[in-house]
Design a protein around this ligand. Structure first.
Ligand code: IMP
Length: 429
């Protein structure tokens, strides 16, 4: 079966970009299915560092066709900025290589303004969104008043519809004391963007089904992570889409018969940006050690917002839940190299909540907030493992860490990453 789905097993930022880049080497089509430019995928190829927000990581492989699926929300202006940035780095981003679903919804400047207004209104209870307008765009989609990418094909109707929605949003913004968006200039910017983006628009559902029927290998590249899923995450501290396996099918428009591989990606420890419960969160020197100083692009600072990420030990309650929700056929651990040098490593295997033992993630945040993790201590290793390429190259303690993680979530691990470079992957051979 030709489709592989790649899913973040934690709170996003698991290193899916580099994993997608690796898996794209065996794919003909790479398709993103949810979210928008809230995502930030960093991929290193030789001396070049690519920061992708909307365009799938597959674009860096010359023969791969990339798809932005119907489940995504696309900011046309940001999309063009990204296309131009990639073209400047020598990447072919011509319309034949990048297909945008006519059914994807558009993010307008009003959505961005409303995102900021909503976060301010929440005060201390803010979600900590990326302020890219994601939530308000999905609200317009489910409220059945959204504007879709295909609407850009008729410029006059598109401009009129956009103007109306901007004016409606402005009423809300003004009533809450915020500066309204300049509707005329926004419409003009979006019409210009539409003219450039029209050649990229396609019925990607028809395209993908035709390719899958013909046996084409499709990689479905997830963004964000399971705990940020609108249904399965720590609601309301979530994004507004479905970055889990079901979202791949809804967000691309094909059936499960084509999928035989669901790869979960988890960092070897935990990180989270934005608010919400995180039982294994650490503070002080241990957290700083995991986070890094920010000097390197792989340190734990958001690709999209630059915010320092909250850091903590690996949480197997979360991974077990993610494996269950997505039916992972394998788990891939990233950034194992960051754990080198610790005397001991901790893994949370369960929670104690009100005196009761929980090995599965509770459904309510108040329970998760009251959870005390039960830690298992594993020996650390001192060696630099960034040059390892086969499991046998790893110190025994690192192999034991991988074995125990795999056992605790009942999912095989065949690959781990030990650095940001394309070849810094360690395989079980
Ligand atoms: P939104 O998607 O901008 O609405 O943000 C909602 C929540 O999801 C916030 O906690 C964000 O920090 C988080 N989030 C959204 N996209 C990403 C991502 O790509 N990586 C990590 N966190 C993300």
């Amino acid at each position: 079966m030709p489709a592989t789905v790649l899913i973040g097993a934690q709170w996003g930022d698991e290193g899916k970009g580099r994993v997608a880049d690796w898996l794209a080497g065996d794919a003909d089509v790479v398709a993103r299915f949810a979210g928008g430019d809230n995502a930030g995928h960093t991929v290193v190829v030789g001396s070049k560092v690519f920061k992708l927000h909307l365009v799938p990581s597959g674009i860096l492989h010359e023969r791969v066709i990339c798809v932005l699926g119907n489940g995504m929300v696309v900011n046309p202006v940001r999309m063009l900025e990204e296309i131009d940035g990639l073209a400047a780095l020598g990447v072919d981003v011509s319309p034949g290589r990048l297909l945008v679903s006519t059914r994807a919804h558009l993010i307008s400047p009003a959505h961005i303004a409303l995102d900021t207004a909503s976060e301010k209104a929440r005060g201390k209870e803010s979600i900590g969104t990326t302020l890219r307008g994601i939530g308000p765009a999905y609200m317009d989609k489910t409220g059945r008043r959204g504007i879709r990418a295909g609407d850009m094909n008729d410029l006059e109707t598109f401009g009129d519809a956009l103007h109306i929605t901007l004016e409606q949003a402005n009423e809300t913004l003004v009533s809450q004391g915020y500066t309204p968006v300049d509707a005329n200039s926004a419409v003009s910017d979006y019409i210009n963007a539409a003219i450039r983006l029209r050649p990229y628009l396609h019925d990607t559902t028809a395209y993908l089904n035709e390719r899958l029927r013909g046996g084409t290998r499709v990689l479905c590249e997830g963004a964000q992570g399971t705990l940020l899923d609108i249904d399965h995450g720590n609601y309301p501290f979530v994004t507004s889409s479905s970055p889990t396996v079901g979202g791949a099918l809804t967000g691309l428009g094909f059936g499960p018969r084509y999928v035989d591989r669901v790869v979960g990606v988890a960092k070897a420890f935990s990180t989270r940006v934005g608010s919400g419960p995180m039982p294994t969160e650490l503070e002080g020197p241990l957290a700083e050690r995991l986070r890094g100083t920010g000097e390197n692009f792989w340190d734990e600072f958001g690709t999209t917002t630059g915010r320092p990420r909250r850091c903590g030990w690996l949480d197997m309650v979360v991974l077990r839940y993610a494996a269950q929700v997505n039916g992972f056929t394998e788990l891939l651990l990233t950034k194992l190299d960051v754990l080198s040098g610790f005397d001991e490593l901790q893994i949370a295997t369960a929670y104690i909540i009100d005196g009761k033992h929980h090995s599965l993630l509770p459904a309510t945040n108040s329970d998760i907030e009251n959870a005390t993790p039960i830690y298992e201590t594993l020996p650390g290793w001192k060696e630099d493992i960034s040059g390892a390429r086969r499991f046998d190259d790893l110190p025994a303690a690192a192999r034991e860490y991988i074995r125990r993680v795999s056992e605790l979530c009942d999912t095989p691990i065949h690959t781990v990453s030990v650095g940001p470079e394309r070849e810094q992957l360690v395989h079980r051979v």
